[in-house]
Design a protein around this ligand. Sequence first.
Ligand code: SF4
Ligand code: SF4
Length: 168
Amino acid sequence: MTATGRQCGDCTLCCKVMAIEQLAKPANAWCAHCRPGRGCQIYPSRPAECRAFSCVWLVNELLEEHWKPSRSKLVLTTSDDGLEVRCDPGFPDAWRREPFRNELREWAISGEPLDMTVVVIVGQRMTLLTPEREFDLGVVGPDERIVRELEGTRVVNVTVAKASDLTP
Ligand code: SF4
Ligand code: SF4
């Protein structure tokens, strides 16, 4: 049980969309230990990465009930830059449905002055949402980074660059 009182229940979507390094499990493929909709078959001995993971819906009641990943088909996590929204690859347009699309846009609006980003991930493709538009970034590899060009706090362009090419 979490502080929100929420439980995963019939949801197992993170066991599909998230990569688990300790299991060499790629993103967007069911974990071999998962019984979809039922739970983890190795729960008592699951890896530390799994133990440490909670999606935003589970721990933050600001995200209303309709965001439950098993219903919305969207798993929300936070990153250093802001919010990441992973779509169940079986429902690649889930984030475009309402009320999700509109709420994502509102977070992009409130996040921009705070330098917080909203990134939608469908398979390996990423889209950065800003108050004014969507930047389709295509496939972004694990060794690549999203680079925003800003005018004040407004995002005017977005590119993808190799992490090794960026100055620290
Ligand atoms: S996506 Fe969230 S609610 Fe669903 S199983 Fe994972 S942690 Fe639980
Ligand atoms: S080990 Fe269990 S908790 Fe971890 S991804 Fe696999 S099914 Fe999910």
